[in-house]
Design a binder for this molecule. Structure first.
Ligand SMILES: [Fe+2]
Length: 326
């Protein structure tokens, strides 16, 4: 089994997009990428935009060889939307390129049960479009040597969260296994933890508590770490929300998890990028104002010269080499 992250905070943008190559399937999980619109009062830096561009290119490349797409929920950092969103490098055409393939099976969060209004609206297109789409919630699927098991719908965040529901996924072949939690924030509830413990995967990919977020409650963070400490794994990957915190290495140290929890990027590169958490430093080191006149308006208008600057910058990022292996 091979696992490649294509979009994640540790790869410089927002996402939890992963390719899993089992003995007989290529599975693409949550094929999307996004950027935090404002952090420290600043728009994304050129380097972050380049990282999101690269992740989008990798997703479009990976989908060509995928046999299965998994969609854990319908937020823009996991689900490619069909509306024009420059910072996600998406529009209607890109959405078609990601999902509209007669031969790819799509296993997706149910669009009728345990879904909030916004996500239901977004999911509608996908469920109308594809004939090979199946409701994944609490279901199990077998494709040759590959078995895929989904959790029941889990709260996106703490129990009772307004952000809706997600599903965790456990993939196994005859040799190995991986579990990706999606946005369970920690885990921030016992059901999410139980799904991990029940399946006991060889590789485990978690998002983490949103410690960077001003509304994150201290007791939620503590409960999330209590659950992380219950995991029997010698090591796992902890990324997404947690790596938006500039102080994530310090928190891991306080929690005595430095030798256990690693950024998802460590599967492919040595040093995590974590660009959003350092956005203020990036702007201080390489100011966008002055250097590029009206960068943001030109970018949003899809100006060719700005796009070529982004492409050049993307080719210098340390995970650009992944393009060859997908
Ligand atoms: Fe997310």
């Amino acid at each position: 089994m091979e696992i490649f992250p294509l979009a994640a905070e540790s790869l410089g943008s927002r996402g939890m997009c992963v390719v899993v190559k089992t003995q007989d399937q290529q599975i693409l999980i949550d094929p999307s990428v996004s950027l935090g619109p404002l952090r420290y009062g600043l728009k994304p830096h050129l380097k972050e935009i380049a990282a999101a561009y690269l992740s989008r290119q990798l997703i479009l490349e990976a989908v060509k060889r995928s046999t299965i797409i998994i969609q854990t929920h319908y937020h823009g950092d996991h689900y490619t939307l069909g509306i024009e969103r420059p910072y996600e490098f998406t529009d209607h055409k890109i959405q078609e390129q990601v999902y509209n393939h007669p031969n790819i099976i799509i296993l997706a969060k149910d669009h009728k049960k345990k879904i909030n209004y916004n996500q239901k609206k977004r999911a509608h297109w996908l469920w109308e479009k594809n004939v090979k789409i199946y409701s994944a919630d609490a279901n199990k699927f077998l494709y040759g040597k590959t078995q895929i098991t989904f959790s029941p719908p889990l709260p996106h965040g703490a129990t009772g969260s307004q952000s809706g529901w997600v599903i965790s996924v456990f993939i196994e072949d005859l040799e190995s296994s991986v579990l990706l939690t999606s946005d369970v924030h920690g885990p921030s509830n016992d059901a999410a933890l139980e799904f991990i413990l029940e399946n006991n995967p060889k590789h485990l990919i978690l998002d983490g508590p949103s410690t960077y977020h001003p509304k994150q409650m201290q007791e939620e963070t503590e409960a999330a770490f209590r659950r992380l400490h219950q995991l029997p794994h010698e090591h796992y990957y902890l990324d997404h929300h947690f790596l938006r915190d500039r102080n994530w290495p310090g928190i891991l140290e306080e929690q005595n998890l430095t030798k256990k929890a690693f950024p998802l990027s460590s599967l492919v590169i040595n040093t995590p990028l974590c660009l959003e958490s350092r956005r203020d430093e990036l702007h201080a080191m390489e100011p966008m104002k002055g250097q590029y006149q009206d960068f943001y308006s030109l970018f949003e208008e899809k100006n060719e010269a700005i796009l070529s600057i982004i492409k050049d910058r993307a080719s210098t990022l340390p995970f650009a080499f992944l393009k060859q292996g997908l």
